[in-house]
Structures are given as structure tokens and as C-alpha cells.
Write a protein that binds this ligand. Structure first.
Ligand SMILES: Cc1ncc(COP(=O)(O)O)c(C=O)c1O
Length: 451
């Protein structure tokens, strides 16, 4: 790779990137300069296929004309309105538009600047809801090991990704974890369907042991990213919904990744046929043209926050940039684009293509499990598919494949044992094939180097 210019090298010394050892990164830095469609170009002119939508964000692709025009137009008109005294036309329009896409009675919106603000607010909303509906003792949040709900202390307390949270422990009290539905490696040593989906039904036992009068919410990613595209069996969410209804627990879907068409429907709640009480949104809501997040709240919960001015029932929560007119205008244009091009349906189609290619790669003898929905597909690597024996931890086989792909100009999400594909939903059939070609080549070369 061509050397970076002097200024760029100096600049890097002043940066910390996400979850990144900067000394390693600085040896061979990737510095993006521009992007169009599903392609990035770096400062050296090298092209990269965006197999990850940045980080599950750019659902409508890069350089979308409608969104760019909406930005220009809104910049001329209004970029900020006083949040304590007013709202703006674009925020109202956006709330209406999103409430037409959400499942069930999730008709009330609150907007934020990103995913962590959304998950943090969802838990606060659930706690305040219980306080003002006669259950002030409900404060615990049940969530899952291997999950990730964001970087702030509350969101991280609910998260279950060990290496991201232990440096900051202890968190506040009241976070309870259960095992996620990792069927390929069931934590209970069972097999689906004979297991009767114990990973879901056991939540009732956990609630009882904790005391139902103390449990406020269950927060869950419909498909868990950090654990390796953890995809539940069909009955999983129905069982969780029943338990939450029985014990008056607010069911929160963290759809920061899975929302806005990613899994083949507007929300994964629809993909899995279960309506939660709150949906957390982020990433794809604006396709990254502005930092943005939000909550969709059920009528039942929203009602508890309505009353006269002196009752103090309003949600006691605010973020300066939530629902600002510029972000709202961008999200609106983004949604309009997705609707007109029916991108959720495209996600399903292209996802099936990715899946098919991975099935064909089983002949290489290291594809253990393929998981996901729509254009969120993961593959777990194994040394031996029959025994599910993994590659040695120290080899970090998945990361080797992912790094090789990056060298070849393909951006993917990779971990020691798995890789995920989540390109922009506009990706064409040919581009999908190109993505899978580069991946297959990277996999074959990595295999040759370790065998
Ligand atoms: C499922 C999930 N929830 C929440 C977040 C936090 O979002 P943000 O990084 O925008 O704060 C993330 C970020 O990756 C996520 O994947």
C-alpha cells in the first residue's frame, strides 16, 4: 500500500478509533476518502466493496441523491429548533412515517442521536412507566450474554459482551443476564426442537427467582451481532412475549442493527412475528447521513406518560439533538428512498443469494453454521463440521479471513470464529456475487496458509 502523506500520519497520532489498538492500526491504516453506492475509495485510490454498510448503517448506500438533496434543502430552511419550547415539521412528519412502518400499536416516537441513547432511554422509559403505573419496585433489566446494547454505562450494563464491559465494571445494580439462543452451540447441551426452546422458557424461572415484582424489562437484539449473528428459532420470541405479558415486563427489542429493512421486513419484529412494547432504532434510520436514533413506543406505555401539566407524568428524559430538523429530514428522505425501491424485499432476495453461496462453500470443509435473516448473514467456521470442533482460539481463523478480505478490498464484520455480511440493501446481484467471490478467495487462501 502507498505511504500516507505526512499530514495523515501526524493526524493518526491524535486519534483513538473504536475498539482498536492504534499502534497496530497505524502500521497499515485504512483511511477512506469517498464513497458511492456500495463502494468506498481510500486516500490511495484503492476501492473497497462495503460488505457491512459501514457498520450495519448505510442501508440506502453511499452518495444517495435524494438524501443529499434533502440535506441541502433542510440546511437552507432550519437546522435546529428549541427542543424545550418547540418541535419542527420534519420531526412530526418523521414520527408519522415511522409509526406507519412499526408493528402493532407502536405509534409514539422519541428521537435521539444514536443507538446507545436509544437503548439507554428505553430502559429509563420502562422504569418510569412502572413507577407511575403502581409498580415502583420494578427496576431490574434482564438481557443476554454476548449482547451489545451500546457504549454508555446503562447500555453497557445491559450488554453481555465480556471484553467490552469488564474494563468498566461494576455497573449499577439490577442487570440480570440469561443465555442467548446459540442453537449451534446450545449452552444447555440440547438440540432443537427437542429442547423445547429452553433458552426462552427458562426466562420465566429467572423472573420467578428474581421476584417478578422487581423485574422491569427484558431487552434483546432480535438477531445478536456481537455473539456471531445469533438467530433464534421461530418460537423464541412468542415464548418471551408470553412471559413478559404474564409478569408485566416491558419487552424491548434493540433493533439498532435489525431495523429499517435489514432482515427483509421494516423491523425484525415483523420478521419474527412478535410485537414488543418498545423498539430501539439507530444506524439504518438515517443510513448514516446523520447520527440518529429513536424509540417506537406502544400505545399502552405511551398512555402512562400523558396527563395534565402538574401531574409530572411526562418522560423525564431529553437529549439536545433528538429530532432536530436536519436529522429528521434526512431520515425521512432515507425512508422514502427505501420505500420506493422496496429495499426490505431486496434485502431478502440478496440475502438468499449470500446464503446460497455460503452453502456452496460447505465443500471447503470449514463452514460450520450459516445464520441470519435478510441481508444480515453470518457464517461460523469450524475445523471439522461433523464434530463442530473449532479452530484453535489463538489462530483467530475468522479474523485472518476478514483481514485477507480487507486486503483484497472487501469490508466485512469479522471475529475469531465467524464473519458477517451486511452490505447496503441496494447491492446488485452482480455486486453480491463479487462480494462472495472476494470472500471465497480470501477463505481459500487463508485455508491454504493454515493447512
Ligand atoms: C444492537 C446495538 N445496539 C446499540 C448500539 C449502540 O449504537 P451506537 O453505537 O449508535 O450508540 C449498537 C452499536 O453497534 C448495536 O449494535
Amino acid at each position: 500500500m502507498k505511504m500516507q502523506s505526512r499530514e495523515e500520519q501526524t493526524g493518526l497520532e491524535h486519534l483513538f478509533l473504536d475498539f482498536m489498538q492504534m499502534k497496530e492500526f497505524a502500521k497499515n491504516p485504512v483511511i477512506m476518502k469517498s464513497a458511492s453506492g456500495v463502494w468506498y475509495k481510500d486516500v490511495n485510490g484503492k476501492k473497497y466493496l462495503d460488505g457491512l454498510s459501514g457498520i450495519f448503517v448505510v442501508n440506502v448506500g453511499h452518495g444517495n441523491r435524494r438524501v443529499i438533496d434533502a440535506i441541502h434543502q433542510q440546511l437552507e430552511e432550519l437546522v435546529f429548533a428549541p427542543p424545550l419550547h418547540s418541535t419542527n415539521l420534519k420531526a412530526i412528519e418523521l414520527a408519522k412515517a415511522v409509526s406507519g412502518l412499526t408493528p402493532g400499536d407502536l405509534h409514539t416516537m422519541k428521537f435521539f442521536s444514536g443507538g446507545s441513547e436509544s437503548t439507554e432511554a428505553a430502559v429509563k422509559l420502562a422504569k418510569q412507566y412502572h413507577k407511575q403505573t403502581g409498580n415502583p419496585g420494578k427496576y431490574k433489566v434482564i438481557s443476554r450474554y454476548q449482547s451489545y446494547h451500546g457504549s454508555t454505562m446503562g447500555a453497557l450494563g445491559a450488554s453481555g459482551t465480556t471484553k467490552r464491559k469488564t474494563p468498566f465494571e461494576p455497573f449499577g445494580p439490577g442487570y440480570v443476564k440469561v443465555f442467548p439462543p446459540t442453537c449451534y452451540r446450545c449452552p444447555y447441551g440440547l438440540n432443537y426442537p427437542e429442547c423445547d426452546v429452553l433458552c426462552a422458557s427458562i426466562v420465566e424461572k429467572v423472573v420467578k427467582e428474581e421476584d417478578p415484582h422487581t423485574v422491569a424489562a427484558f431487552m434483546v437484539e432480535p438477531i445478536g451481532n456481537t455473539g456471531g449473528i445469533i438467530t433464534p428459532p421461530p418460537e423464541y420470541f412468542r415464548i418471551l412475549r408470553e412471559i413478559c405479558d404474564k409478569y408485566n415486563i416491558v419487552l424491548i427489542f434493540d433493533e439498532v442493527i435489525t431495523g429499517f429493512g435489514r432482515t427483509g421486513e421494516w423491523f425484525a419484529a415483523q420478521t419474527f412475528g412478535t410485537t414488543p412494547d418498545i423498539i430501539c432504532m439507530g444506524k439504518g434510520i438515517s443510513s448514516g447521513y446523520t447520527p440518529m436514533g429513536g424509540l417506537a413506543i406502544s400505545d399502552r406505555i405511551a398512555k402512562a406518560f400523558l396527563g395534565s401539566g402538574d401531574q409530572n407524568l411526562e418522560f423525564a428524559h431529553g437529549n439536545t439533538f433528538g429530532g432536530n430538523p436536519l436529522s429528521a429530514a434526512i431520515a425521512l428522505a432515507n425512508i422514502q428512498e427505501m420505500k420506493e425501491r422496496d429495499l426490505p424485499a431486496k434485502a431478502k432476495k440478496r440475502g438468499a443469494q449470500v446464503w446460497q453461496r455460503l452453502e456452496e462453500m460447505k465443500e471447503l470443509g470449514v463452514v460450520g453454521d450459516i445464520r441470519g435473516k435478510g441481508l444480515l448473514v453470518g457464517v461460523e467456521f469450524v475445523r471439522d463440521p461433523k464434530t463442530k470442533k473449532q479452530f484453535p482460539e489463538s489462530m483467530k481463523f475468522g479474523s485472518l479471513v476478514g483481514k485477507k478480505a480487507l486486503q483484497k478490498g472487501l469490508v466485512l464484520r469479522f471475529d475469531p470464529h465467524w464473519i458477517a455480511f451486511a452490505p447496503p440493501l441496494i447491492i446488485s446481484e452482480e455486486e453480491t456475487d463479487k462480494m462472495m467471490d472476494i470472500f471465497e478467495e480470501s477463505l481459500r487462501e487463508t485455508l491454504a496458509s493454515v493447512n
